[in-house]
Design a protein around this ligand. Structure first.
Ligand code: GLA
Ligand code: ZN
Length: 677
């Protein structure tokens, strides 16, 4: 279930906070939003204090008016539950709703996402509010979705959380002996005799600032627990909403590669994924594409919703460049290209005060429609009306998958050694970029996703192997799949205990090699290798090896390239193992993008995988498939026009231009085609 009701076009709108404004302005808002072709507003995101002025008092009169007004203007509503900021009176009366920092200091009222996820009071009041909203507004026919809270995240180290953590551990480990074993607790004398002795590993416990931990599994378990705690908060509200309004889908807005929460676990409990995309001005477009693909993957491949983006400018980035003309449009289509069925903004009208007053909005401080941003929003709105429902509810059909795993991220980031250089999302990105940057369509999946439809699976830095996953990979490769993995893989089990069969542990047989030692290179040092012409002409050349260098003994694998320097010069750096009907590639070191691009092109060719379009650098092509129809989105991310050639006959849905096969076309900077085939 994506958006409820008769959605016959890409819904277009976003956050609207009229309760922050005097009523006199509302009618003008309606005029301007209609003018801008806005047809959905996300309302009530931060109104808890207004809706519940005191413990026993609810007041929905302003929200009633807002809903009446936007409904009267023909808009759909994404109705938020307002529970991301508890009211000030609640913090005063029930201090337990306030979080405690990692250093043990108790937080005060202020900011948002400041409620303790394990506070019974917070859970009770948030559930009550969700119930009242569902009972009051659930029968309206223009509620497209429920939007629970807002951007869940953060951590809490209070006693309530500590108790809940102990209960979570009891459920997981059953006996204290099992926990001691899993946590390797005899190390540094950390043995526990009673559950009550276990503490949350904040900076007062076994962690130091910035994710350094003396007992990584305790820290990983705490992060798993915290993600589950916040998910419970979501589910308390979502379950109530679904009980009262079973036909209205429920979501909350996620944030891409966001450290705090295991979004794959979340995605399984959400009706559809929605997410907020705020790329930095110099963010590679493939990095944004990766976030879209990850969010789509968290929803099992179904269409998602771009819930927020700025129409123009950010406020919380260090340097808030305005989006250049055409970029908002380009990035909106990029979201659609990767599976979004909506284009939504934060926000409709720019705040007057507080920290978001310099955040872009459809209606700027000047208050009228004569702005560049307003004109661009309006024009895109017109296009979306014309596009109708053509590609809505279509799928992305990829032969390539990337594995993404939050436990693995937490485990590698918390690891003490071999290097602080590993940045898990960036490692995934470098490989993803090498495929997406050449327009090879790729999904991002978790360990539970079926692999049957994929030909190539990239699983770089697959440090932690969850139960059964090595077998799943074994089967995948045996049946003809290609696995690409790297250094720092197969190291531990799900409890961060090293697999004692020689690195890469459970993957050793599959990779056909043994890693005896791993050398961490200082940031300014490199090793390297040369690949000769001949069988490897697609990746021939001299290449740099960085960060980590595995010292490898082949056990059936073929050494494709050998290190060129240091005492391990002449030993394998890059290996290939033919296994069953498939093949495993093992990268002993971190290799740069220049190599990865060549490598990805080679293995795609070997496996008969074609790019969506062969095009010059900076031209992105992504495909959505609906029944017999294919929709190919072509986006020029360059600042200059670029020539493309479309190998088949097709029609551009935006301009209706017909392309004949092999026709060359100059694609203007920042422009978009949606080719129907
Ligand atoms: C997030 C939030 C919004 C707003 C924007 C600003 O995505 O969900 O409420 O604060 O950031 O970029
Ligand atoms: Zn807490």
């Amino acid at each position: 279930m994506n958006l409820a009701g008769n959605v016959n076009k890409v819904l277009y709108g976003g956050d609207y906070n009229p309760e922050q404004w005097p009523r006199e302005i509302w009618a003008e808002d309606m005029r301007l939003l209609k003018l801008a072709n806005i047809d959905i507003v996300t309302i009530n995101v931060f109104s808890w204090a207004m809706l519940q002025p005191s413990e026993n008092e609810y007041n929905f009169s302003v929200l009633d008016e807002i809903i009446e007004m936007v409904s009267g203007a023909g808009m759909k509503i994404c109705l938020a539950t307002s529970t991301a900021t508890h009211p000030a009176w609640m913090a005063r009366k029930y201090p337990e709703v306030l979080r405690v920092n990692s250093d043990g200091s108790k937080r005060k009222f202020g900011d948002r996402q400041n409620s303790c996820p394990n506070s019974g009071i917070y859970r009770m009041f948030s559930g009550m509010l969700a119930r009242k909203l569902a009972e009051r507004y659930g029968k309206l026919d223009n509620i497209a979705a429920w939007h629970v809270s807002n951007e869940y995240g953060g951590f809490c180290y209070c006693d309530n959380c500590q108790n809940a953590f102990r209960m979570w551990l009891v459920k997981k480990y059953k006996t204290i002996e099992t926990l001691n074993k899993a946590w390797n607790a005899s190390f540094w004398g950390h043995t526990y005799y009673d559950w009550e002795e276990i503490v949350i590993p904040g900076n007062l416990g076994g962690e130091w600032p910035i994710n350094r931990s003396s007992c990584q599994i305790q820290s990983i378990d705490y992060r798993r627990f915290n993600s589950d705690s916040l998910l419970d908060c979501y589910l308390i509200e979502a379950d109530i909403l679904k009980e009262i309004t079973p036909n209205i889908p429920v979501t909350t807005n996620l944030m891409g590669t966001f450290w705090d929460l295991d979004y794959f676990k979340w995605g399984r409990r959400m009706d559809f994924i929605s997410w907020d995309s705020y790329p930095y001005p110099n963010c590679p477009y493939t990095r944004t594409a990766m976030n879209h693909a990850l969010m789509r993957g968290c929803g099992g491949g179904k269409p998602f919703s771009l819930m927020e983006q700025t129409p123009s400018v950010q406020n919380w980035q260090p340097y808030n460049a305005i989006k250049r003309p055409g970029i908002m449009r380009l990035w909106s289509y990029q979201a659609l290209a990767h599976g979004s069925d909506t284009v939504m903004f934060f926000q409709m009208r720019r705040s007057r005060g507080c920290c978001e007053k310099f955040h872009g909005a459809v209606i700027d401080h000047c208050g009228h429609e004569n702005t560049r941003v307003f004109r661009e929003v309006t024009a895109l709105g017109e296009e979306l009306i014309k596009l109708g429902n053509t590609f809505l509810d279509s799928r992305i059909d990829s032969k390539i998958a990337f594995l993404y795993d939050w436990d693995n991220w937490w485990a590698t980031a918390l690891s003490s050694g071999p290097t602080t250089g590993i940045n898990y999302p960036e490692e995934i990105f470098r490989f993803y970029d090498s495929a997406a940057g050449q327009n090879f369509s790729a999904d991002i999946i978790d360990v539970d996703a079926p692999l049957d439809n994929y030909k190539i699976l990239y699983a770089p830095v697959l440090y932690m192997i969850k139960p059964g996953f090595a077998d799943k990979l074994d089967k995948f490769v045996r049946n003809g799949g290609v696995l690409v993995t790297t250094f720092f893989s197969g190291m531990t089990d799900e409890n961060d205990l090293v697999t004692m069969t020689g690195y890469p542990g459970e993957l050793r047989r599959l990779c056909g090699l043994w890693v005896e030692e791993t050398d961490a290179l200082l940031p300014d040092r490199t090793n390297g290798f040369a690949v000769q012409d001949g069988p490897w002409d697609k990746i021939a050349g001299t290449w740099k090896a960085e960060m980590l260098c595995d010292i490898i003994h082949c056990e059936g694998a073929l050494a494709v390239a050998l290190y060129e320097s240091d005492f391990y010069a002449g030993t394998p750096a890059l290996c290939r193992n033919d296994y069953g009907k498939g093949r495993v590639w093992y990268f002993g070191a971190k290799l740069r993008s220049d190599f990865l691009y060549r490598f990805s092109a080679m293995i795609c060719e070997e496996n008969g995988i074609e790019p969506v379009l062969r095009a010059k650098e900076g031209i992105e092509a992504a495909r959505r498939v609906k029944g017999e129809k294919e929709y190919i989105f072509i986006l020029n991310h360059n600042t200059a026009e670029s020539e493309i050639s479309i190998p088949y006959a097709c029609r551009d849905l935006i301009t209706n231009k017909i392309f004949s096969p092999e026709e060359c076309y100059m694609l203007p900077a920042a422009s978009v085609l949606i080719l129907e085939k």
